[in-house]
Design a protein around this ligand. Structure first.
Ligand code: GLN
Length: 483
């Protein structure tokens, strides 16, 4: 029995009785145990419960009881999404032992459909970062070359999907955190429209821009996961109440007659030559599929990184103020209760990147600087929104490289926050504008490192976006990792 299969293949094998859920989960867990020392995708495994759940699904199938549509598909969950009974650490010393008393809405929806949670996966602390190196548990490693970063912040999601340690993963994407690891690990990753997927139970970093999104080895698997997690949630007032959509149906429709804008500002200076040629070949494929491709200019992109880091840090400084060790946290009682010492000792449990963001955020919100930085950043955000709106008056999709450069060595850029921030240049536009964006594996560099293509669509047009991604995927036929 192979575990290197797509969700669709898995479902048909289980449905036909060719494999049992227990067999598949047991084999996946064996593989996870053997490979984790090299990859470190998981922070916490929930192996015993996963096997129990597998047996109970097999039993339900034998006795003809109703079974959920995901039939025991193994999933991993980024460790900033709450799971009742399994700790949710945010890869931070601050929450090292935190067990949420409830499931995030996305998790309870997956469980309702009988998905099996294998465990919680690694991230940059509180999802702040682009490489997974800022995890208090240490970095995850890229399965295509274990000396290289897997992207981030949902690096554990990208690695676990790419290396067959699960079939689907949920990540969160504030500025590219689902798409970056998808691109670096050669898997598919979708950031949905702001408001399509509930954030209830996602530990907030920058709540006005982030969304939970699925990763899978195939576009169709991501569509299947979106079918389950998307939709209105009474517990998240920012979710839209639009009608339920089936994202899998008609996914093979193609993109004939569609118009695609190629964002000029994301194809020039600072972009690796091999990334440019992969993007050019994606454009050629789109044309062969009957789409028209035209260059398009979004000049607000020039200011997007500065605006993003201003807004995201401002929101982070406010969202992370709650970790004062009084309401959550650690018992230092044995060391006495002197208030200042007590709180400041706890606050020093944050790592360097989170500390930098909180300081930056408090600064840009402070009296005297608010107008100069925070307000200005909000104006840039409006500018980006209106330029995007304009663009979608004349095209159906926008296309860019997902990441401007190839995956790089662990440790290579960790001392240089600005260089790391600039890596998000192509992904943050979708977050600031609230629109959906997907990364699809496109090619490999001469050094056999993955290159992903990003496709963006207008708000709530995930269905068409997935069709475009699927059409591109059919032209690539890329191998999975050998590991
Ligand atoms: N690299 C970006 C940041 O550090 C994006 C992170 C994310 O999407 N969660 O903010």
């Amino acid at each position: 029995m192979k575990i290197e299969i797509s969700a669709t293949e898995y479902l048909s094998l289980v449905r036909s009785g060719s494999i049992s859920v227990e067999e598949f989960i047991a084999k996946t867990l064996d593989h996870v145990h053997s490979i984790e020392p090299r990859l470190r995708a998981y922070i916490t495994l929930d192996a015993d419960n996963a096997l129990d759940k597998a047996r109970s699904i097999d039993k339900k199938m034998r006795t003809g009881e109703k079974v959920g549509s995901l039939l025991g598909i193994p999933v991993s969950i980024k460790d900033n999404i709450c799971t009742a009974g399994i700790r949710t650490t945010c890869a931070s010393r601050m929450l090292e032992n935190f067990v949420a008393p409830y499931d995030a809405t996305v998790v309870s929806r997956l469980r309702q459909e009988d998905a099996i949670i294998i465990g919680k996966v690694n991230l940059d602390e509180f999802a702040m970062g682009s490489t997974t190196e800022f995890s208090c548990f240490g970095p995850s490693r890229n399965p295509w070359n274990t000396d290289y970063v897997p992207g981030g912040s949902s690096g554990g999601s990208g690695v676990s999907v790419s290396a067959y340690e699960c079939i689907i993963s949920l990540g969160s994407d504030t500025g590219g955190s689902v798409r970056s690891p998808a691109s670096f690990c050669s898997v598919v990753g979708l950031k949905p429209t702001y408001g399509l997927v509930s954030r209830y139970g996602l530990i907030s970093y920058s709540n006005s821009i982030e969304q939970i999104g699925p990763l899978g080895r195939k576009v169709e698997d991501v569509a299947l996961a979106l079918n389950v997690i998307a939709g209105h949630d009474l517990r998240d007032g920012t979710t839209s109440s639009g009608a339920k959509i089936d994202y899998v149906a008609d996914i093979g429709d193609g993109i004939e007659g569609k118009k695609i804008g190629i964002i000029k500002q994301m194809m020039g200076e600072g972009v690796d030559g091999e990334v440019i040629s992969a993007t050019e070949s994606a454009i050629a494929r789109f044309q062969e599929l009957g789409a028209e491709c035209v260059p398009i200019s979004l000049d607000a992109v020039e200011h997007s990184v500065a605006a993003y880091y201003t807004i995201a840090s401002a929101e982070a400084s406010s969202n992370l103020a709650r970790y004062d060790n009084l309401r959550y946290g650690y018992d230092f009682a044995s060391e006495g209760y002197e208030f200042k010492a007590y709180v400041s000792k706890a606050r020093s449990r944050f790592g360097p990147e989170v500390t930098r963001r909180m300081l930056l955020g408090a600064f840009v919100l402070s009296a005297g600087y608010y107008g100069k930085y925070y307000l200005k950043a909000q104006k840039v955000r409006e500018m980006i929104k209106s330029q995007i709106e304009n663009a979608f008056n004349s095209v159906d999709f926008l296309v860019t490289p997902t990441m401007p450069i190839l995956p790089f060595r662990i440790g290579e850029k960790i001392e240089d926050p600005l260089t790391l921030y600039l890596l998000d240049i192509n992904t943050i536009t979708a977050n600031l504008a609230g629109i959906p964006a997907i990364s699809v594996p496109m090619a490999f560099s001469s050094s056999n490192l993955p290159i992903g293509i990003q496709i963006l669509a207008n708000s709530f047009e995930e269905k068409d976006l997935l069709k475009a991604a699927y059409a591109l995927e059919q032209t690539t036929n890329l191998p999975g990792v050998k590991i």
